[in-house]
Design a protein around this ligand. Structure first.
Ligand SMILES: O=P(O)(O)OC[C@@H](O)[C@@H](O)c1c[nH]c2ccccc12
Length: 257
């Protein structure tokens, strides 16, 4: 199962980092950071669709996408192009990301930044804040309910915003039970890597209007943005199209869709 392997790998990598950077140190660095940015304000529903633009080098389903020698430059182009928030993939093994990428991006942009990884421990959450992240992804299918609840509370306590990702009606129920303010529906099933572009449209009516509705994955054209927007997405999260094309021009065409 891809998702279980990705999560186990990400946790093992974090445990390895913890040998040279103990939790107490990361915690001190996390607490020394200026307050996290207000992601809910940045992503609040508006009369136009909003975009979370992702720094993404590769993925298990799509292989290598782009080298991105300067992730901070990539993110600053997203900011210029009109993105409302930035996502940085920090998973190393299959997505080619790193915490260094996250730190470089948070140092450069003024938009809220999401740590996109397979988060299953408090240590990883502290790493995110220590690197300047404002949001942290939690994948419902990737962690036990008790861990999901604990990490959701911990992220919130640290002043960050959890983005709770779902891929089924049951997972959506779990996100709603938590009171998640940002709910994502990923078109990609992280257990099989299959894509279901219509999943968002089927699940969206179950999401309460108190939550911000985010459609994730598989946006390659302006028509894909329109597809999610007309289904009810407040926000779309886009990676591949922005790293393989001109980021500013692509964002512009998506925002005008
Ligand atoms: O590159 P795309 O198809 O535009 O997708 C971006 C984003 O949705 C995808 O990277 C993603 C969504 N949820 C995830 C969870 C883990 C890793 C990656 C993801």
């Amino acid at each position: 199962m891809v998702l279980a392997d990705l999560t186990a790998g990400a946790v093992a990598d974090a445990e390895r980092r913890a040998l040279s950077r103990p939790l107490a140190d990361v915690e001190r660095q996390a607490l020394a950071r200026p307050a996290a940015k207000d992601a809910l304000a940045a992503l609040a529903p508006a009369d136009r669709v909003k975009i979370i633009a992702e720094v993404k080098r590769a993925s298990p389903s799509r292989g290598a996408l782009a080298e991105i020698p300067d992730p901070a430059l990539q993110a600053s182009l997203y900011e210029i192009g009109g993105a409302s928030a930035i996502s940085v993939l920090t998973e190393e093994r299959r997505f080619g990301g790193s915490l260094a990428d996250l730190e470089a991006v948070t140092a450069r942009v003024s938009l809220p930044v999401l740590r996109k990884d397979f988060i299953a421990t408090r240590y990883q959450v502290l790493e995110a804040r220590a690197a300047g992240a404002d949001l942290v992804l939690l994948i419902v299918a990737g962690i036990e309910p008790a861990v999901l609840r604990d990490l959701f509370g911990f992220i919130t306590e640290l002043g960050m915003t959890p983005l709770v990702e779902t891929h089924s009606a049951d997972e959506l129920e779990a996100a709603i039970d938590l009171g998640a303010p940002l709910i994502g529906v990923n078109a990609r099933d992280l257990k099989t890597l299959e894509l279901d572009r219509d999943l968002f449209g089927r699940l969206v009516e179950r999401i309460p209007d108190t939550a911000i509705k985010i459609a994730e994955s598989a946006v390659l054209t302006p028509a894909d943005v329109t597809h999610y927007r007309s289904a009810g997405a407040d926000v779309v999260l886009i990676g591949e199209a922005l790293v393989t094309g001109d980021p500013v021009a692509t964002l512009k065409s998506f925002l005008e869709a």
